[in-house]
Structure formats: structure tokens, C-alpha cells
Ligand binder design. Structure first.
Ligand code: LHQ
Length: 255
């Protein structure tokens, strides 16, 4: 239900159930989590992309898969969705959501859990949960207010209204709008740029920033000092300084 590919430092996880708008199933969750773990561990991988085949990025839970089945929603989330979100968060590498088409419900949450959102001009977001009488899950209540602010987050969750690519960019939900025709190439180019940066620093930035939104200034200063100690002992730090002094471009190895 997914495709996994590693090329030139970039791991691409492609959600691959186009006839169902790449909606989540138990099998897909398992495959995504396995792929995230593999990419996280592999020293060949310095950037991850999550994207979808066909018209959609992801339409959330496959609703046809649940018909006639009694489900404990809490357990459902704890077993399938939450580990996927935590895996993205705990991957100390940049994770890009390449939003090729609609991202709805938990599909929107998946995109929010990624570090960067590159959005096709044809894509749109819809929080969708409200349309079926549910609440945002998979980190939707955590990421959305942190990305767009509590006022906008409440509006989007309560109305479920469609958010176009332009609107998503305007409110900070999308980092970049890409052309629909050249979407893949533009995403690859962006990812290639990230894959050549000091990967260890990126991992630490991710950790420290997410902590920063939850800690006070004093705690954040202390955590920064802790992280800087680690970053300062990397080969990429040495290379960066050396390259600067020699007035040349640095060649980072991610070590
Ligand atoms: C789908 C789906 C879909 C199956 C499109 N399932 N087939 C957690 C805990 C416990 C329980 C429940 O869930 C969760 C997490 C969640 O994610 S809840 C939210 C679940 N998702 C939704 O409610 C979104 C439902 N889909 C839509 O609102 C629309 O389909 C969107 C906005 C995604 C796309 O709209 P359109 O571009 O107008 O396309 P469409 O509606 O015509 O859909 C295209 C096809 O994809 C269609 O199949 P068909 O055979 O008729 O062509 C849809 O049935 C299918 N599809 N989403 N989630």
C-alpha cells in the first residue's frame, strides 16, 4: 500500500491506494511506520519525503474499511495512528510532506506532523473530522494551533472548510506552493538541498524547536546549550567553519 525508494540521500514514502485517495488502512500504517524506522536508521538517508500517488495526498481513515465493524476509536488511534505520528516526530532528519493533492482528516494531521509542507497548486486541505462528527486526531489539536495560531485552528477544525494552496501558504500551513506540472521535480530539488545540509544539526533543531514551544525561556536556553554541545562536536561543524575561513563552499557529510 506504499512505495519506498531511496535515492541520493532522499527516502521517499509514497502512499499508494490512489483509487481510495490513499486513505489509511491498518496495513498502510504498518508499512509507513516500518519505512519511517528504516529511513530513520539508515545513514544513506538524510531527508524524507511523504507523498501520495494519483489525485490525493491522503483522505484520512478509509471509511469504507470500517463499515459494520465495532471499533474502539481510542484503541484504534493508540495502535495505528499515534505511533506513526510519534515516529515522524522522533526521526532526527527533516521530513517533508509533499502534498500533491487533497489532505483530509488524519491525512491533514499527517502533513502537519511533518517538518516542511510543499504543496501543489492543485492541492487543498480540509480538517474533515467535523463532517463526520469527530474531533481532530493524530496530533491535529497539537500541530494546527502551533502552526497557524489558536484562532485559525479552531475555525478550520470547527468548520472543516476547504483551504486552497494559496490560503494554506498565506496562513503558514504551506511552506511553498509548487507547480502541479513540475511538482515531483520541485519537491526533489527542495529535498536535495536539505539532504546536503548538516543532518545532525537538523535533527537537533527539530528536537530543540519542538521543546522550545513547550518550555520557558530559562529551560530553552539550557536545552540549546545542551544541543550546541552536541552540534559543536560534529564533523559538519568543523567543515562549516573551515570552509568559511577558506572562502569555499562547505561539503557536509551529515556526520
Ligand atoms: C474515500 C475516502 C475515505 C474511503 C475519499 N475513505 N474512501 C480516526 C479514528 C477513528 C475513526 C475514524 O477515523 C480516524 C481518522 C480520520 O481520518 S477521520 C476522517 C476521515 N476522512 C474523511 O472524512 C474524508 C472523507 N473524504 C472526503 O471528504 C472527500 O472525499 C475529499 C475531501 C477527501 C475529496 O473530495 P473530492 O475531491 O470531491 O473526491 P471524492 O469525494 O469524489 O472522493 C474520490 C474517491 O475517493 C471516492 O471514491 P469513488 O469510488 O466514489 O470514486 C471516495 O469514496 C474515495 N474516498 N476519501 N476517507
Amino acid at each position: 500500500t506504499i512505495l519506498y525508494d531511496v535515492m541520493e540521500g532522499i527516502a521517499t514514502i509514497t502512499l499508494n491506494r490512489p483509487e481510495k485517495f490513499n486513505a489509511f488502512t491498518e496495513k498502510m500504517h504498518k508499512e509507513i511506520i516500518d519505512a519511517l524506522k528504516q529511513a530513520g536508521k539508515s545513514s544513506d538517508v538524510r531527508c524524507l519525503i511523504i507523498t501520495g500517488t494519483g489525485k490525493a495526498f491522503n483522505a484520512g481513515q478509509d471509511l469504507s474499511d470500517m463499515q459494520g465493524v465495532e471499533v474502539d476509536f481510542g484503541e484504534f488511534l493508540r495502535k495505528r495512528y499515534n505511533p506513526m505520528i510519534m515516529q515522524i516526530r522522533n526521526t532526527e532528519k527533516p521530513v517533508i510532506a509533499a502534498v500533491n493533492g487533497v489532505a483530509a482528516g488524519a491525512g491533514m494531521s499527517l502533513a502537519l506532523a511533518c517538518d516542511i509542507r510543499l504543496v501543489s497548486e492543485k492541492a487543498f486541505f480540509t480538517n474533515a473530522f467535523i463532517n463526520i462528527g469527530l474531533v481532530p486526531d493524530s496530533g491535529g489539536c497539537y500541530f494546527l494551533p502551533r502552526i497557524v495560531g489558536i484562532g485559525k485552528a479552531l475555525e478550520l477544525a470547527m468548520t472543516g472548510e476547504k483551504i486552497s494552496a494559496e490560503e494554506a501558504y498565506r496562513i503558514g500551513l504551506a511552506n511553498k506552493i509548487c507547480s502541479a506540472e513540475n511538482f515531483e521535480a520541485e519537491v526533489k530539488e527542495y529535498a536535495a538541498r536539505l539532504a546536503k545540509l548538516p543532518t545532525k544539526s537538523i535533527g537537533l533543531i527539530k528536537r530543540a524547536m519542538y521543546k522550545g514551544v513547550e518550555m520557558n525561556l530559562e529551560e530553552t536556553l539550557e536545552y540549546e546549550a545542551y544541543c550546541q554541545d552536541i552540534a559543536g562536536s560534529t564533523a559538519d561543524h568543523k567543515e562549516g567553519v573551515q570552509a568559511f575561513l577558506e572562502k569555499r563552499s562547505p561539503v557536509f557529510t551529515g556526520k
